[in-house]
Design a binder for this molecule. Structure first.
Ligand SMILES: NC(=O)c1ccc[n+]([C@@H]2O[C@H](COP(=O)([O-])OP(=O)(O)OC[C@H]3O[C@@H](n4cnc5c(N)ncnc54)[C@H](O)[C@@H]3O)[C@@H](O)[C@H]2O)c1
Length: 328
């Protein structure tokens, strides 16, 4: 049995706990949360024990840690995990500060421990099928990418205050998609933004809508549009264009029932939010992690990917604040 400790029993921690216990030969041994009630409820659900960090890092039988705590705890836990030689699965972002994220990446490399960062979109069945078809040459070299990323509603201002801003909290996933789909690094980024949905977001120094234009080192182009409120729900689409055509990846619907009447033809709205839309992606991500550990094969979303997406989020933040094109 591979013993696992989970940090963070919140929204995403619950999803990851369920996926950990589904892996063959894997047991969830500990759940750690500063909110002991939340830790106990999740631990009880999966036959695990409540513990603190010292108990986890002092237990040599724990080979794997899953970090799903609030963002401000990620870096410390990665550093402690690497120092203790444990394999690490950590939610995005690695940290809000690029220097600290780089320190974590260096610690992971030095300790030579596997580390996955939670860019689950790469594991989504639709998005990964699209990427496989690009790699098979179906549209030729990908030249342009358009990403649409809209949330059904904004989180509370309390959350936004500590989130690092929209580029690190929300667009970090879109920056990862950009690097992954175009298979290249950004040369320039221009980001603009506004507060369109809720004035209280301006009060915490953030924005809720962005338009970002990127050019890669090989001259490929991308546009990302995001907003924290879409009246019809969670909207996650992208299209990629090459000489031989275009591939589109779209939303999933809860059911495929379509109602036709005298006024309109109506289908379900997209799945409500990330917990629903990416349910299969979170499951595939966890399965990939344990498969890679068992086989000793590379992790698909590495800590270096986490650092590079964060560098793009930093560049976009500077571009928006200073109203200039940033060269990386
Ligand atoms: N990949 C994704 O799609 C995705 C989606 C949501 C959240 N996230 C990331 O996951 C993390 C958690 O987000 P969430 O939405 O589950 O938040 P949440 O607030 O629901 O849960 C976070 C939990 O962490 C606990 N916590 C705080 N400090 C801790 C510490 N030092 N040790 C242990 N537990 C601690 C909190 O008490 C809370 O129960 C964030 O970093 C977020 O960016 C990723």
């Amino acid at each position: 049995m591979t013993d696992v400790a989970l940090f963070g029993a919140g929204r995403i921690g619950k999803i990851h706990a369920g996926n950990v216990v589904r892996q063959p030969g894997v047991a969830l041994k500990y759940v750690v949360d500063v909110d002991v009630g939340a830790a106990k409820a999740l631990a009880d659900l999966h036959g695990a024990k409540v513990a603190d960090g010292d108990a986890v890092f002092g237990d040599a039988a724990v080979k794997v840690i899953v970090i799903a705590s609030s963002t401000d705890a990620h870096a410390d836990l990665i550093l402690r995990g690497a120092a203790a030689g444990k394999a690490i699965f950590c939610e995005k972002p690695v940290d809000l500060a690029l220097d600290r994220a780089k320190t974590c990446a260096q610690a992971v490399a030095k300790a030579d421990v596997p580390c996955l960062i939670g860019f689950q979109r790469r594991y989504d069945p639709t998005f990964s099928a699209l990427k496989a078809r690009i790699d098979a040459g179906e549209i030729g070299t990908p030249e342009m990418l358009i990403v649409t990323s809209r949330d059904p509603g904004a989180p509370p201002a309390e959350y936004l205050k500590r989130s690092g801003g929209i580029f690190k909290d929300m667009l970090i996933h879109d920056f990862d998609i950009f690097r992954w789909i175009l298979d290249d690094e950004a040369e320039t980024v221009y980001a603009t933004g506004s507060v369109l949905t809720d004035p209280s977001i301006a009060a915490v120094g953030d924005i809720d809508a962005t338009a970002v234009t990127l050019r890669t080192k090989k001259g490929r182009l991308a546009q990302i549009n995001t907003i924290r409120r879409a009246a019809y729900g969670y909207d996650q689409r992208f299209e990629v264009i090459g000489a031989k055509g275009m591939l589109q990846a779209g939303n999933h619907k809860p059911t495929e029932v379509v109602a036709w009447n005298a006024d309109a033809v109506a289908a379900d709205k997209p799945e409500h939010f990330f917990l629903e839309r990416y349910r299969a992606a979170y499951a595939a991500e966890m399965a990939h992690f344990f498969d890679a550990l068992a086989k000793g094969t590379p992790i698909r979303t590495s800590i270096d990917d986490g650092v590079k997406a964060l560098a793009l989020a930093d560049a976009a933040t500077a571009s928006w604040r200073e109203k200039r094109i940033v060269t990386l």
